[in-house]
Write a new protein. Structure first.
Length: 256
């Protein structure tokens, strides 16, 4: 299914009197259209669990999250068995998120391979800042696949085992933003919301899996908030990026 068709279906009324689709429904339409490697949406209550086995739902702000189910067809669920290392669920009205404390919180899945080019778009907020703390990392080790805090606040950067010089200072501490990553060697780029992309070469090293808020070993975790993220192979077109960015912002209660 094309992205345009999926979004048209998501925005069409099923019968007279039905309201416009929710941000969750639009997120699901994007997942169906883009076939990502993984897609996590904290606003989807059916994907949040207090335990890593996925048997106890996380339904209330203040509860910790032991597993977050992947919305893609791949089943790349991210989990954490250690109670002290589980991110905390937050809520305001229809908005839901997970907070990493920047000390020892993280969720991960190490069971799949990622090679360049690949992309990731995420609805996040930096709650604190310390270089080189991780927002996202690989599911195994600490070699590649990073979005991390680097150099000077509030700079975010990509790192794929060569350099973290590809940075962007547009994500202010305490502000909701959409981070748009392309990991593609010398064609890599990082954008915040609808701002200008910063370009550079953070490296080309392949890796396995994903870790939310840390690297695959649980080191240097970031103090950050996650509303939703999805990543996939290849390179997105600008219209595809615009569609994902718009839906991600809606999950933060914003309009872009």
């Amino acid at each position: 299914m094309s992205l345009g068709l999926a979004l048209k279906l998501a925005n069409a009324t099923l019968f007279k009197g039905v309201r416009a689709p929710t941000a969750n429904q639009q997120f699901d339409a994007l997942v169906a259209a883009l076939s990502p490697l993984y897609a996590y949406n904290l606003a989807d209550a059916a994907t949040r669990w207090r335990n890593d086995a996925g048997t106890i739902p996380a339904t209330t702000a203040g509860q910790t999250i032991g597993r977050l189910d992947d919305k893609s067809v791949n089943g790349h669920n991210a989990s954490q068995a250690t109670s002290a290392s589980k991110p905390t669920l937050g809520n305001s009205g229809d908005l839901w998120w997970a907070d990493g404390d920047g000390v020892d919180d993280w969720l991960k899945n190490a069971a799949f391979a990622v090679t360049q080019p690949w992309w990731r778009i995420s609805a996040i907020r930096q709650l604190g800042w310390a270089s080189p703390n991780r927002i996202f990392g690989p599911g195994l080790g600490a070699a590649s696949g990073f979005l991390l805090q680097f150099s000077s606040s509030p700079n975010l950067a990509l790192f794929d085992n060569v350099s973290a010089s590809l940075g962007n200072a547009g994500a202010g501490i305490g502000s909701d933003v959409i981070a748009i990553e392309r990991h593609d060697g010398g064609s890599s780029r990082l954008g915040i919301d609808a701002g200008t992309y910063n370009t550079g070469n953070p490296g080309t090293v392949a890796f396995n899996g994903v870790t939310l808020f840390s690297d695959g070993d649980g080191n240097v975790p970031g103090n950050a908030r996650l509303y939703a993220t999805m990543a996939g192979s290849g390179v997105l077109t600008d219209p595809q990026i615009d569609s994902v960015r718009t839906v991600m912002a809606a999950l933060q209660g914003r309009s872009l």
